[in-house]
Design a protein around this ligand. Structure first.
Ligand SMILES: [Zn+2]
Length: 191
């Protein structure tokens, strides 16, 4: 899939919505991203994850790890495509960790996957968990990088199927407000 095909799929499923949105932060934006609008369709999730898997097919990945919640779905599908194990991290008292008996062997080659990164903070925490087990974080696979190119993961290379630079505005500086564009209602578009 090309980046354009990924974008078209996300728009078609309303995972990316264009309009005039009030974000929970109070800022306004011409774009709103709801990943579960695409992830609720297993056949699309599979297709996107097959593309992610392809990007790391020659890296001898042994296990795919994703952070709860969206990362669980992605790890599962990418792992299925690569023929590897798929496990996930979750927060325990706010700290990213493995539970449920999950562990990694020393030197195990790990691919980390996540749906959307804004700052990349959660992915960095997963990398730390992987390293603390003595395993090797070989790469990071992302569905959407909405950091505007700012997210990076030190010496771990990353691939994103779609890169977005999502603009946000203070209400008093919002060009959409200045053009009297009505606020877009959302929440019922996922069907
Ligand atoms: Zn506005």
């Amino acid at each position: 899939m090309t980046e354009q095909e990924v974008k078209e799929l996300l728009i078609k499923t309303s995972a990316i919505m264009e309009g005039h949105f009030l974000l929970t932060s109070g800022l306004h934006s011409p774009m709103y991203v709801e990943k579960f609008n695409v992830l609720q369709h297993p056949q699309y999730t599979e297709k996107l994850c097959q593309e992610l898997a392809k990007r790391f097919a020659d890296k001898n990945i042994q296990t795919v790890v994703g952070p709860m919640t969206g990362g669980i779905l992605l790890a599962h599908e990418v792992g299925k495509s690569l023929g590897t194990r798929a496990i996930f991290t979750e927060r325990v008292n706010g700290k990213m960790a493995f539970r449920r008996g999950f562990s990694l062997a020393k030197g195990e080659r790990v691919l980390i996957v996540e749906d959307i990164v804004t700052t990349g903070g959660s992915v960095k925490e997963v990398i730390d968990v992987v390293k603390s087990e003595g395993a090797i974080p070989v790469g990071v696979g992302l569905l959407v990088d909405r950091s505007g190119g700012k997210a990076s993961f030190g010496d771990v290379p990353h691939e994103a199927l779609l890169k977005l630079d999502v603009q946000t505005y203070k209400p008093e500086e919002c060009p959409l407000c200045q053009d009297n564009v009505p606020m877009t209602k959302r929440g019922s578009t996922g069907k």
